[in-house]
Design a binder for this molecule. Structure first.
Ligand SMILES: Nc1ncnc2c1ncn2[C@@H]1O[C@H](COP(=O)(O)OP(=O)(O)OP(=O)(O)O)[C@@H](O)[C@H]1O
Ligand SMILES: [Mg+2]
Length: 243
């Protein structure tokens, strides 16, 4: 069974149709890299999966259940589908540890002691235990992103959504964050990753999905996607620009 499946999702903002019928599925344990030109609808697609945006039409089925914006418990849903953004979105008035601890208490109902134990273990895992008591404005971009990943995985999500998690980072720390994501993938986490890091897509992803003009224009294993024999003109033009 697919962990998540979408059926003909569309999304329109005003008179601008951003998603034009997206059918997608991901199996447990798979890593899907989503790439494509700017404005093609990658972020909108990701945001439709956890109902940060409501699709205009179409269905999203997660663990066999159709997501219904009005009926869903959005906090619980978003805990089950952890999301990491380009801009970190940490709570600025809380320390790194508190950022990781509070959602576990509020959403999962853990005691403070349990949440702190798990929080410290996860900060350690992302190499941030030494900065547990620091506020986000004293952390570098790479450090913030590592805390954001710890916060998301603290919820034991069934699926992780990443939207360009390294795009705002200095080049020298991009690898730290990609390494953490690679570890997560190797540990069996199911992940959808919007990224411009073609090396990561090639090495870590099971499939590369190319979204262009609101549609999935290709959905291929990386070796095929990146092969020079790929017949799709749009993909070749895109790859020529980013590689
Ligand atoms: N809330 C919104 N209201 C109106 N238009 C929007 C909204 N969100 C996105 N759009 C438009 O939808 C289109 C697709 O945007 P989206 O952010 O999904 O693209 P993207 O593929 O993620 O691009 P990028 O690579 O630049 O992040 C763009 O034209 C954008 O301006
Ligand atoms: Mg985007």
């Amino acid at each position: 069974m697919a962990l998540l499946e979408t059926f003909d999702i569309t999304k329109t903002f005003g008179d601008h149709q951003v998603l034009r019928g997206v059918d997608f599925r991901i199996e447990p344990g798979q890593v899907v890299a989503v790439i494509g030109p700017s404005g093609g609808g990658k972020s909108t697609f990701l945001r439709c999966l956890n109902l940060l945006e409501t699709p205009t039409s179409g269905r999203v089925v997660f663990t066999g259940e159709e997501l219904e914006p009005k009926k869903s418990n959005l906090d619980k849903l978003r805990a089950r589908m952890g999301m990491v953004f380009q801009q970190f979105n940490l709570f600025p008035h809380m320390t790194a540890l508190r950022n990781v601890v509070l959602p576990q208490m509020n959403v999962l109902g853990l005691t403070r002691e349990e949440a702190e134990r798990k929080g410290r273990a996860l900060l350690d895992r992302v190499g941030m235990l030494g900065r547990a008591d620091v506020y986000p404005n004293r952390l570098s971009g790479g450090q913030k992103q590592r805390v954001a990943i710890a916060r998301a995985i603290a919820m034991d999500p069934e699926l992780m959504l990443f939207d360009e998690p390294t795009s705002a980072l200095d080049p020298e720390v991009v690898h730290d964050v990609l390494d953490i994501m690679t570890d997560l993938a190797r540990d069996g986490m199911t992940m959808i990753v919007v990224t411009h890091e073609m090396g990561f897509a090639r090495r870590v992803a099971d499939r590369v999905v190319f979204i262009d003009d609101g549609r999935i224009a290709a959905d291929l294993p990386p070796e095929e996607f990146f092969s020079e024999h790929n017949g799709n003109e749009r993909i070749r033009t895109f790859l020529a620009k980013v590689l």
